[in-house]
Design a protein around this ligand. Structure first.
Ligand SMILES: Nc1ncnc2c1ncn2[C@@H]1O[C@H](COP(=O)(O)OP(=O)(O)OP(=O)(O)O)[C@@H](O)[C@H]1O
Ligand SMILES: [Mg+2]
Length: 252
């Protein structure tokens, strides 16, 4: 059996202002999986991702990435991951091609290798025409795709996407789904957060639902959908996952 991409055990996070963002989260993302981490605003998704990628310090618990502990084997743990963060965080004055090639530089990829690879990634993501303009000239959805290209430059084994399709139109979103599916079919493990539950239902093999810092459901997509209790016609037209999500996360 190959090592899981991510093993989180009893993870707790209390921010300096006293907010208990994670109250003992345990999660395993198997290698090769497409895993959706779902939860309402403020549930703790980005905090989990921040800790896993070394951007946020944890309070308690352990995290390992392909067997590399983030505390004791930090660099190896980080090297496995490509991150598409929730916030746009590139220099808008730079060109897309430079943003990606420079990112490669952080991972020790020489320019001669990084430049053709960056061009290929941008082309695959539909940004071929835009690679030498300034990043600020990209539309919102294009900026998201630039973030994906940048996350892939060092050929990570594990891609983490924090709401990658926020603000992306329906057609492009589907194009992104196809691209992400292609990546998993090539062996990449993906962890995705999204508020589009239809998207998770389409893509994910495993799902965890988090509410106020605690996991309230965790299983295969079929297991999670089976939690759906038929309450007759509720008047809403969302999918089954949306119903389960509402049942597990609503305040009542
Ligand atoms: N830097 C911080 N300092 C203090 N509290 C924080 C900080 N970052 C997040 N929090 C708090 O931690 C909790 C979890 O936030 P987090 O960003 O992880 O949620 P999320 O599930 O990603 O939400 P969203 O869907 O809105 O992105 C929230 O109560 C939030 O206000
Ligand atoms: Mg978030």
């Amino acid at each position: 059996m190959s090592e899981p991409a991510l093993v989180i055990k009893d993870l707790k996070k209390k921010y300096a202002n006293g907010t208990e963002a994670l109250k003992g989260v345990s999660l395993t993302v198997p290698a090769g999986d497409f895993f959706a981490l779902l939860g309402p605003n403020g549930a703790g998704k980005t905090t989990i991702i921040g800790i896993t990628t070394g951007l946020v310090n944890k309070t308690e618990g352990t995290v390992s990435v392909f067997g590399h502990d983030i505390d004791t084997d930090t660099e190896m743990a980080k090297a496995q991951i490509g991150l598409v963060g929730q916030e746009l965080n590139f220099n808008p004055f730079e060109k897309p091609i430079d943003i990606i090639v420079n990112q490669g530089g952080y991972y020790g990829i020489p320019r001669t290798e990084a430049v053709p690879r960056a061009k290929q990634l941008l082309t695959d993501l539909g940004l071929g025409e835009k690679m030498t303009g300034r990043a600020m000239e990209l539309s919102g959805g294009m900026k998201r795709r630039l973030m994906i290209a940048r996350a892939l430059i060092h050929k990570p084994r594990f891609l983490i996407l924090d709401e990658p399709t926020a603000g992306v139109d329906v057609e492009l979103r589907r194009g992104m789904w196809d691209y992400l599916r292609k990546l998993t079919s090539e062996g990449l493990t993906i962890l995705l957060t999204t508020h589009y539950l239809e998207e998770a239902e389409q893509l994910a093999k495993h799902v965890a639902i988090i509410r106020k810092g605690e996991i309230v459901a965790n299983g295969t997509m079929d297991e999670i959908l089976a939690l759906h209790e038929d309450k007759g016609d509720t008047g809403y037209r969302g999918g089954k996952l949306e119903e389960v999500f509402i049942q597990l996360t609503s305040e009542k």
